[in-house]
Design a protein around this ligand. Structure first.
Ligand SMILES: Nc1nc2c(ncn2[C@@H]2O[C@H](COP(=O)(O)OP(=O)(O)OP(=O)(O)O)[C@@H](O)[C@H]2O)c(=O)[nH]1
Ligand SMILES: [Mg+2]
Length: 452
């Protein structure tokens, strides 16, 4: 996510770091670099200029030049401005009606149908009972696509094949939800190739008829400033409640994420980070600012971890760690869990400083293959007693798994580190604050361990 922007901002701040004493000239040079980075990330000139002016005023107001740690203060100011630019506070869905109704809108191929499924899955995991409603009556396979999506997240789909009136289908779908005691209805609509009057009329009419709790505008982040312009046009016409930014996993420059809020004064509520149903994240401006500046996003990571671990499992692991019984069987189980958490590269980017280090590394979940092979080459006894895996055993394991001694050694080290991190994470329980604090400690511990 936003690799090139991250790179450029880091370079900008590095320049500042190299200076013994920073001067007004260094600061304005850094600011110029930051501005250029924003514009290259497809942030509009207007927004970039306003941004720079605010940062500059703040820097002068807080007397950066005489600050104890001027570089850090500058970074903090830019971080704050980025977070403010994106709205600062997360904007959760506001669902009041029974059933609550969520209406999707957006251009063709922006990701409405996919996101409808992701959202249904998400709401279901929170104990709600969603119903998906298929109002795309134009594209031949649209209804079928929603059914496939619904099926994959085990959420029912209401459709009315042959009925060409999306308003009526939406109303019928909501009535059906009432009968079936579904408490939230997600209405998927037809895409527009471009902003065209007839289609705009249709979505406006649906909206008037069903009075949704939330009208969401879905937009492809890869389209940069076009995304922002489309958002403006949709907002003028249907006054939506929030934005869904999809395809943030791709080679997105980031401009849309940074600018939309400022231009339409509506919050980004979720982002899509992949084609799979679990690839959805709450949009958190502070977390995003932190990620853009290469500072990681431990909040999001903690959330993912909590999604996977139930309390019981966490307690069991915690006990094992406490009594030093955490072994390779458990480790293997953790790998399965991590795979469930989603794309590994995306997860890694939430760790401070790690995202960038992995930027050019081609890792995906198959990276676990050799690790799994090594563990499968251990005897059951060895898996249960990791501390007894000596040099000779390591040699044998390397041969058996078709890897090398170095790889086995590396895994042994990773295993030891994982124990430490897991210890911190599991004892954090359900308290993300505590968990984050402990993860930081664990990270520091691992660093020390590495130096020894
Ligand atoms: N990489 C990536 N692909 C996505 C994401 N969201 C959707 N897609 C893909 O984008 C394509 C279009 O998604 P759809 O959900 O069909 O889009 P739509 O808005 O419903 O399109 P229409 O119904 O034609 O208007 C599909 O191939 C999806 O798999 C995302 O967050 N990341
Ligand atoms: Mg669709």
């Amino acid at each position: 996510m936003f690799n090139s922007l991250q790179d450029k901002l880091e370079t900008a701040f590095k320049k500042l770091k190299g200076q013994g004493k920073i001067t007004e000239i260094n600061v304005s040079e850094t600011l110029k670099d930051v501005r250029r980075a924003l514009v290259e990330a497809d942030v509009s000139y207007k927004v970039a200029n306003t941004f720079m002016k605010t940062v500059k005023d703040k820097a002068m107001g807080q007397n950066v030049l005489n600050a104890v740690k001027p570089q850090e203060l500058m970074l903090k100011i830019v971080y704050d401005e980025l977070a403010d630019l994106m709205g600062r506070e997360p904007a959760p869905l506001v669902l009041k009606n029974k059933p609550a109704v969520i209406l999707m809108s957006g251009l063709q191929g922006s990701g409405k149908t996919t996101f409808s499924g992701k959202l249904a899955r998400r709401l279901k995991s929170k104990g709600m009972h969603p119903l998906l409603v298929a109002c795309d009556v134009y594209r031949p396979a649209a209804i079928e696509q929603l059914k496939v999506v619904g099926n994959s997240v085990e959420v029912p789909v209401y459709s009315d094949e042959g009925n060409m009136d999306p308003v009526q289908i939406a109303l019928d779908g909501i009535a059906h939800a009432k009968e079936e005691h579904r408490d939230v209805v997600i209405v998927d609509t037809a895409g527009r190739l471009a902003v065209d009057e007839k289609m705009m009329d249709e979505i406006a009419t649906i909206r008037q008829a069903i009075r949704p709790d939330e009208t969401l505008f879905v937009v492809d982040a890869m389209t940069g400033q076009d995304a922002v312009n489309t958002a403006r046009e949709f907002n003028d016409r249907i006054d939506f409640d929030g934005v869904i930014l999809t395809k943030l996993d791709g080679d997105t420059r980031g401009g849309a994420a940074l600018t939309i809020r400022e231009v339409v004064h509506k919050p980004i509520k979720f982002v899509g980070v992949g084609e799979k149903m679990q690839d959805i994240q709450d949009f958190d401006p502070e977390g995003m600012a932190s990620r853009i500046l290469g500072m990681g996003d431990l909040g999001e990571l903690a959330k993912r971890i909590q999604e996977i671990y139930d309390v019981k499992e966490a307690e069991a692991i915690e006990k094992k760690l406490r009594t030093n019984k955490f072994d390779f069987e458990d480790f293997l189980k953790q790998i399965q869990n991590i795979k469930k958490m989603g794309n590994i590269k995306d997860l890694a980017s939430m760790l401070p400083g790690v995202g960038k280090a992995l930027k050019d590394v081609d890792i995906d979940n198959s990276a676990f293959k050799s690790i799994e092979a090594i563990i499968y080459s251990m005897t059951p006894y060895e898996r249960k007693h990791p501390d007894e895996i000596n040099g000779m055993r390591r040699q044998r394991i390397a041969k058996g798994s078709g890897t090398s001694l170095q790889e086995v050694n590396r895994l042994m080290k990773q295993f030891a580190d994982t124990r430490k991190v897991m210890k911190a994470v599991t004892s954090g329980g359900k308290n993300p604050q505590k968990m984050m604090q402990q993860m930081r400690q664990a990270k520091a511990m691992m660093k020390q361990g590495g130096r020894r």
